[in-house]
Design a protein around this ligand. Structure first.
Ligand SMILES: [Zn+2]
Ligand SMILES: [Zn+2]
Length: 106
């Protein structure tokens, strides 16, 4: 399996959005733990969350709602799986593997 696109974004120094930074953090906590060898993604994710407003911006974002790419139902982000490659969001019924072929995280 190729590395998900979040890794390439971090390497390029791209500006992440909250969904991407969440997918990156979740990926690093799981399958990406041993794959971010140079630490690019860890630094990009940490830098993103440390400059967001609020006491706990990560959990604030987790409490926002998004719709499932499979069924269109709305869920809190904390109850969804996110694709670290194309950043589609999925409910747990629909998304252990994303339509793009990558395993989701969350
Ligand atoms: Zn769904
Ligand atoms: Zn995907």
């Amino acid at each position: 399996m190729d590395l998900p696109h979040i890794v390439a974004l971090a390497r390029m120094g791209a500006e992440l959005d909250p969904l991407q930074a969440t997918a990156g953090r979740l990926w690093l906590a799981g399958p990406g733990a041993a794959l971010d060898e140079a630490g690019h993604l860890r630094r990009a994710v940490d830098a993103f969350w440390s400059c967001q407003p609020g006491a706990d911006p990560y959990w604030d974002f987790m409490a926002t709602r998004m719709d499932c790419d499979g069924c269109g139902e709305i869920f809190k982000v904390e109850n969804m799986a996110i694709c670290p490659n194309c950043f589609r969001t999925w409910c747990y019924r629909h998304g252990r593997t994303c339509r793009c072929g990558h395993a989701t995280v969350g």
